[in-house]
Design a protein around this ligand. Sequence first.
Ligand code: DCP
Ligand code: CA
Ligand code: CA
Length: 380
Amino acid sequence: MSSDKLAGESPARKPPSRSRVIMLVDLDYFFAQCEEVRNPSLKDKPVVVCVYSGRSEESGVVSTANYEARKYGVKSGIPIFMAKKKLMNTDAVFLPVDHEYYNTVSEDVIRILKDYADIFEQAGVDEAYLDVSMKVEKNFDRARELARKIKDDVRKSKGLTCSIGIGPNKLVAKIAADIQKPDGLTVVKPDEVQSFFSPLPIGRLIGVGAKTESVMRNLGVKTIGDLAKYDIQSLINLFGEKPGVYFHRASHGMDDQPVKERDETVSISRISTLKKNTRSLGDITEKANQLCEEIHSELLQRGLKFKQVGIIAVMEDVSIHSRMRTLDSPTNDLETLRRNVRELFEKFIEESELEIRRVGVKASGFVKGGHQKRLRSFIE
Ligand code: DCP
Ligand code: CA
Ligand code: CA
């Protein structure tokens, strides 16, 4: 990469290089680390940050846990009672989520990171992509130095550790950041992408969820290298055109997505088809509740609160209707989302005569700017 310096200066001698140097900075065990910062005595203990559902004292899920707690198998998404069981004989501390506090920390860190980038893209409450191609003149060794500086800066000013991945595109940078945690720094130069990707378990590839992973494993595709050798047409037949092409390109470490400043997220919505057309509030609520849960977990990951709740109903004659209401104050509470959605559907059913075919839920009117691109958009 060293001779690339000339690329911008003498395009006549060398075509302009399209190679890039992209960094992903992701804060370690973010919510739990924030808790450690405000209360350093937590540092050596297992710390579990919880989303209490309020139904009973222990109902709810783990938002995140520090690495001490992870040693016992505690991680995001598991039920709180299970985390308590795993940490039974320890001096573990269980804390409720405090999004307001995490958001202020997040904003401070984002402000710091922005200054280091040519182009900056916040990708979540605790992560951001930095295109630093110009800043480091496309030199990956200089990018590594810059990353060390960034880590120092974030540690000194906010007391937080982060993990950084550097690669020729966002996909490689993201996976590189994930591979060594916490406090990691992984640089993957363009000619190292293949050897870096090949041995990784297939589940590491962005966009390969549990379901896809098990399909791939059944095909004998266990590593990203196995996937790279798999015939692209078969992937298309198996997963559809877009995902098939994506899996093929991604397995080879190819990704053209630019790093770009995000617009503020305007809304998060989900829509789904009912098993059969119906006017039964019970059936509709059951489906809508699932959608609420999906929206809720995305809200948490992005650190967003909503002020507006909406429903969408596609009727048996495929006409589309929507209803919306504004809450008194912003919230990210699942029960509030569910209750309002249920009430909106209840009222809507009274007003309409047809059966409903598809139901949708939408949260909007966000107070805090979230910028996360959904991981799925790597595929779309
Ligand atoms: N989060 C959540 N529920 C999830 C996943 C995440 O509430 N299922 C919240 C808590 C996390 C924050 O989002 O602290 C950032 O998520 P990450 O996936 O980056 O995970 P962590 O920062 O907690 O851990 P890591 O050190 O693995 O990055
Ligand atoms: Ca993180
Ligand atoms: Ca993250």
